[in-house]
Ligand binder design. Structure first.
Ligand SMILES: NC(=O)c1ccc[n+]([C@@H]2O[C@H](COP(=O)([O-])OP(=O)(O)OC[C@H]3O[C@@H](n4cnc5c(N)ncnc54)[C@H](OP(=O)(O)O)[C@@H]3O)[C@@H](O)[C@H]2O)c1
Length: 234
């Protein structure tokens, strides 16, 4: 049985990744987000059509969580994890001069602090050969096209990607791989907030297919890498 944990699973790309994994056999998927109702709906949809896989909804505000306690809560179901996908994200679209410390803290919390401390708490229960995958953004890549209003979001996504590079170096003796995917535009609520009126050429299900494949296979050949996954930006 493969054990996967994915954050930001209640909608958008995260929910699509859960649906994709749930169609495969022998997977236990821990689906984390705040919206309990959406998570329960997703889990019952996936579990009804299950092919031997199981979705376990875990309602939690990751910005406020006690990560050690959260991992102990998950240990009721499994002792180890094969894959962790740090997908939860939060974006603020505001001119640089209007950004308040609360905006900054919220964006850096969900996109950087959560993956940092959740990885720390999960480390003892990650299997040899495990893959920790962060969902970053094209905006977080050095040298990519940048956009007005996204200074705090793009810098947080840059920090997230560099965190994966750093963990790959520091934890190189653990047989765990850390990579980041820098996504281009995908048609979700977050994209609408960043680029109102723009329609992305990629739907969440299509991007989820690639992310799910990479989460299971990328670690076999890559560690500490940041991979752009974009047909357009935005
Ligand atoms: N869409 C794009 O074009 C695009 C491009 C580049 C990168 N990305 C990245 O891809 C990832 C998924 O984005 P998306 O477009 O699918 O966004 P989305 O539709 O806004 O979904 C964000 C997810 O994160 C969860 N989340 C936010 N804050 C949370 C918290 N404090 N605790 C737990 N869960 C939290 C939300 O669930 P709840 O509200 O239920 O908590 C939701 O499930 C994000 O990291 C985003 O930055 C997206």
């Amino acid at each position: 049985m493969y054990n996967l944990l994915i954050t930001g699973a209640s909608q958008g790309i995260g929910a699509a990744i859960v649906k994709h994994f749930a169609q495969q056999s022998a997977m236990t998927i821990f689906a984390l987000a705040r919206n309990e109702c959406k998570l329960n709906e997703l889990a019952s949809f996936c579990n009804r059509a299950s092919n031997g896989s199981k979705v376990i909804p875990v309602a939690v505000d990751l910005d406020q969580a006690d990560y050690e306690l959260l991992v102990r809560r998950l240990m009721v179901y499994t002792a180890t994890f094969d894959v962790v996908i740090h997908n939860a994200g939060f974006m603020v679209n505001k001119p640089f001069e209007s950004i308040q410390p609360d905006d900054f803290n919220s964006v850096f919390s969900t996109n950087v602090k959560v993956p940092f401390f959740l990885t720390q708490a999960l480390l003892p229960v990650l299997k040899a050969g495990a893959h920790v995958l962060a969902i970053s953004s094209m905006g977080g890549l050095q040298g990519s096209q940048k956009y007005p209003g996204l200074s705090v979001y793009s810098s947080a996504k840059g920090a997230l990607a560099v965190l994966m590079e750093s963990l790959a170096a520091e934890l190189s003796d653990r047989q765990i791989s850390f990579n980041a995917l820098a996504l281009g535009s995908v048609q979700t609520e977050m994209l609408q907030k960043a680029f109102p009126g723009y329609h992305a050429p990629v739907e969440p299900a299509r991007m989820a297919e690639f992310i799910a494949w990479f989460a299971l296979n990328g670690q076999k050949v890559m560690n500490g890498k940041i991979l752009p996954v974009a047909s357009s930006n935005p």
